[in-house]
Design a protein around this ligand. Structure first.
Ligand code: PLP
Length: 403
């Protein structure tokens, strides 16, 4: 099976799988216990925190380990919301326009229409419960959120801006540095969903350009069951799972073996990222794949072709085909890919993200995401091209016959 579904999850590297397996057998003690085995587990977690913090370029003490990217995002958004509601504030002194605010007005969070369900559905849920008002930034012609529109949306009740760094379906990269500048000037905290960025793309030398950042090691060859949230010192955040672990920010006995595996993945990612030529080689592989499909499948088009994108993602529209049928045929022929986020596959609705980007339903219905990893080889790309071309031809024939 050729695996081109790396934005859904990646295969743990051999070193990661080995580290998890050894730690499962040996570091089983509870890291909160005072006895020696417990303290060995604690020590291993703290060493790993340093490795993960080094990948992000942040102080280890500011890093909270969670169970997934989704939990990190949940903690960031609910945690900041609650810090505001309890008058503890977010640690930010607002310097924004004091518009007509009354005590009954809801706090608002500014975000993009392109967010993963971990952000989008959480905000919809909180809006339905009447605790927050989500405000959506408009997109420009390339499907990128427009930072300058932030100024039209924010007011004295804005408590947080939450913007993804890179999109899971199209790989489109948001201008996070500009968002950061605008937020900093107005003392607004910026949360970044960096789940698709961390481990695939380098951090700026001065560290993340935001105040809170969520990431997920299973997206860069680490194990599932571990996530991370970095919170800049001074940002107010109320824990959402009460307990004494993780500097009292996130209760619950730590997934020691998973955390250790995540540390190994972070070290491997950092070593890989140190050489930009490797990323360029992977991007060239993805570009070759896209060009071959465009050349050989009539009507195929690359979604978000003109936007800055991650090196690994190709989202291709096959206008006359249904994505579900295409995915099943690709799988039968030995190629794993997906449509939309893994969470929305299984639904026949076109991806809300492609819709928000203005991609017509006709194209969105037949759009497939192929996501490469740093391990994807040229030979796999050659085979993948043949499989996609054959599947599109076969389905194209049968859809023409049924007309
Ligand atoms: N945010 C983005 C952009 C994602 O792609 C994903 C997962 O696909 C998540 C958040 C959720 O991460 P996790 O699967 O670790 O909960």
């Amino acid at each position: 099976m050729i695996y081109l579904d790396n934005n859904a999850t990646t295969k743990p590297s051999e070193a990661v799988a080995q580290a998890v397996s050894i730690a499962t057998a040996t570091l089983f003690a509870n890291p909160s216990s005072v006895h020696r085995p417990g303290q060995e587990a604690r020590h291993a977690i703290e060493l790993t925190r340093k490795e993960l913090a080094a990948l992000l370029g942040v102080p280890p003490k500011e890093l909270t380990l969670t169970s997934t990217g989704t939990e990190s995002i949940d903690l960031a958004i609910r945690g900041v919301l609650e810090a505001n509601a309890t008058n503890r504030g977010t640690g930010f002194q607002p310097v924004r326009p004091a518009r007509s605010t009354t005590p009954t007005q809801l706090p608002n969070i500014i975000t993009t229409p392109l967010e993963h369900p971990a952000v989008a559905k959480l905000l919809q849920h909180l809006a339905r419960r009447g605790v927050v008002e989500p405000r959506l930034l408009p997109l420009d012609s390339r499907g990128m959120a427009d930072p300058e529109s932030l100024l039209d949306l924010l007011d004295a009740n804005t408590i947080l801006v939450s913007v993804q760094w890179a999109n899971n379906e199209t790989g489109v990269i948001q201008p996070i540095e500009r968002f950061a500048e605008l937020c900093r000037a107005r003392s607004l905290p910026l949360h970044c969903d960096a789940v698709q960025w961390v481990g695939k793309m380098p951090m700026p030398a001065e560290g993340p350009p935001c105040d809170l950042l969520s990431f997920s090691p299973h997206k860069f060859h680490g194990p599932k069951g571990v996530g991370g949230l970095w919170v800049r010192r001074g940002v107010g955040l109320i824990p959402q799972t009460i307990g004494s672990q993780e500097l009292a920010r996130r209760g619950g006995t730590e997934n020691v073996a998973g955390i250790i595996g995540a540390g190994v993945a972070a070290q491997e990612a950092a070593a890989w990222l140190a050489d930009p030529a490797r990323r360029a080689a992977c991007a060239a592989r993805r570009d070759r794949f896209e060009r071959a499909i465009l050349d050989r499948v009539p009507g195929a088009a690359i979604n978000s072709h003109d936007s800055p994108r991650l090196w690994n993602t190709a989202n291709i529209a096959f206008p006359t085909l249904e994505a579900e049928a295409m995915l099943m045929l690709l799988s039968e022929r030995g190629l794993a890919a997906s449509a939309g986020s893994a969470c929305s596959s299984g639904s026949l609705e076109p991806s809300p993200i492609l819709r928000a980007m203005g991609i017509p339903d006709r194209l969105a219905h037949g759009s497939i995401r192929f996501s490469l990893s740093k391990e994807t080889t040229d030979a796999e790309i050659d085979q993948a091209i043949e499989i996609v071309v054959a599947a599109a031809t076969q389905l194209g024939r049968s859809s023409a016959a049924s007309l």
